[in-house]
Design a protein around this ligand. Structure first.
Ligand SMILES: C=C(O[C@@H]1C=C(C(=O)O)C=C[C@H]1O)C(=O)O
Length: 408
């Protein structure tokens, strides 16, 4: 592989998403911060059960060979790749690491441009609005309801303790449609979530699988969900009920334990918070934050062990994955897989590809949303929960730029 020449300079790139390719934007954003890439200086593809460790090995070599001149030195500067990984070992979807030709970024008061290979000129272009309506996919609401009933019966029969089943909605991007408008719609509506756009995978995730810098890591596990209340009093009551409800706490505990077990084996000092209610614009989640010291381990090696947590698969892991394959009967692709960026030291930020969709090169769109099923789950409530989880991507596709503010 040819070695990459990388140069980061301090610069004010303006609106980050205007620098992305309208057809194939690369972006990981949280509010005004984040990294946005354009072009492909290098593209690495992986498949199957060894996709994470293969990617970790390949990336170590790319990073070792790269010649990097980084005048800024904050997370996201220097050599980085954007990545998106398939959910299931058996998926036909490719997992990718993409090094763009140019990256623009912002983190607090720092802003920069990174050139990979030849230095060129930036050519920002205004984001054009596309509007797409989604319709029922392979798993329509009636089938999803039946799937939840079946899942609870299989749990009662002892096949698993928790299984996360999902349904899909589909649509089509008009020819030449500007995918960046969807990202702008998500950044504006969900400034506290991570808006991601990598190789057609796009959404706004509230769930950080692993973020690491200089050996320190942070992980946020979400499981247990309730829609927001219409009045402040009702909303507070809902949060309170979520944080003390037996079913949601059980459902949450499976997910938090699955992540903590893996992270403790890698980082003996890993510490977990107590579960707390996390407020999002459209819903409440139960959240557990985990942090600790990882040493110089690559985040891709961590993903190899951490993915899939019981927040998106279930407990026990193997039994829940078998049930998901059987009950859903469709390839999840990169839905619920890790999406994010990695730097030359293996640090970076990976979230779970939730609250989003995949846009294929032919323009076909498939959005997924799921819910964790445990003993005692109610099919109508779980169906309603998936509808709330589909809202971010549904709204961003239907009406991407409602009063486009300055954060694009
Ligand atoms: C599976 C999804 O979300 C996951 C499942 C949750 C739950 O069951 O309560 C909550 C957050 C996510 O970990 C999704 O958004 O599609």
């Amino acid at each position: 592989m040819p070695s990459l020449r990388v140069r980061t300079e301090r610069a004010e790139p303006g609106r980050l998403l205007q620098h992305a390719d309208p057809r194939a934007p690369l972006a990981i954003r949280r509010g005004a911060d984040g990294v946005v890439g354009r072009g492909e200086a290098m593209r690495l593809e992986f498949r199957g059960p060894t996709r994470f460790t293969d990617a970790a090995d390949a990336w170590r070599q790319v990073a070792r060979d790269a010649v990097v001149d980084d005048a800024v030195g904050v997370p996201g500067t220097g050599l980085i790749a954007f990545g998106a990984f398939a959910f299931d070992d058996a998926s036909t979807a490719t997992s990718v690491l993409i090094v763009p030709k140019v990256v623009v970024g912002r983190r607090g008061d720092d802003a920069w441009i990174t050139w990979i290979g030849d230095e060129g000129v930036l050519h920002p272009t205004a984001v054009e609005e596309v509007r797409v309506e989604l319709t029922d996919g392979a798993i329509d609401p009636a089938r999803y309801r039946a799937m939840v009933v079946e899942a609870t019966e299989r749990i009662r029969a002892g096949e698993a303790e928790k299984v996360v089943v999902a349904r899909d909605r589909v649509g089509r991007l008009p020819q030449g449609g500007d995918v960046r408008s969807v990202a702008v719609g998500l950044v504006q509506r969900y400034p506290d979530a991570v808006t991601y756009a990598v190789d057609g995978v796009i959404g706004a995730s509230p769930e950080t699988l692993i973020a690491a810098h200089r050996g320190h890591f942070f992980s946020r596990v979400l499981a247990g969900t309730a829609a927001r209340g219409a009045t402040p009093a009702l909303d507070a009551e809902i949060a309170e009920a979520l944080a003390s409800g037996d079913k949601d706490l059980r459902e949450h505990r499976y997910a938090a334990d699955s992540a903590l077990e893996v992270l403790l084996a890698l980082a003996p000092d890993a510490r977990a918070s107590e579960p707390f209610p996390l407020r999002l614009p459209n819903l409440w989640h139960l959240a557990t934050d985990i942090s600790g010291t990882l040493g110089d381990r690559s985040t891709l090696d961590v993903l190899a062990l951490l993915h899939p947590t019981a927040a998106v698969a279930g407990t026990p892991r193997a039994a829940s994955l078998a049930l998901i394959r059987e009950l859903e009967g469709v390839d999840r692709g990169r839905y619920a897989g890790p999406v994010g960026w990695i730097d030359g030291e293996g640090g970076g930020e990976w979230v779970i590809a939730l609250r989003g969709a995949e846009i294929a090169p032919d323009g076909s769109i498939r959005a997924f949303a799921g819910a964790g099923i445990v003993a005692g789950s109610d099919a109508d409530a779980e169906l309603a929960e998936t509808a709330v989880k589909l809202r971010p991507i549904t709204d961003a596709l239907a009406d991407p730029l409602p009063g486009a503010g300055p954060v694009s």
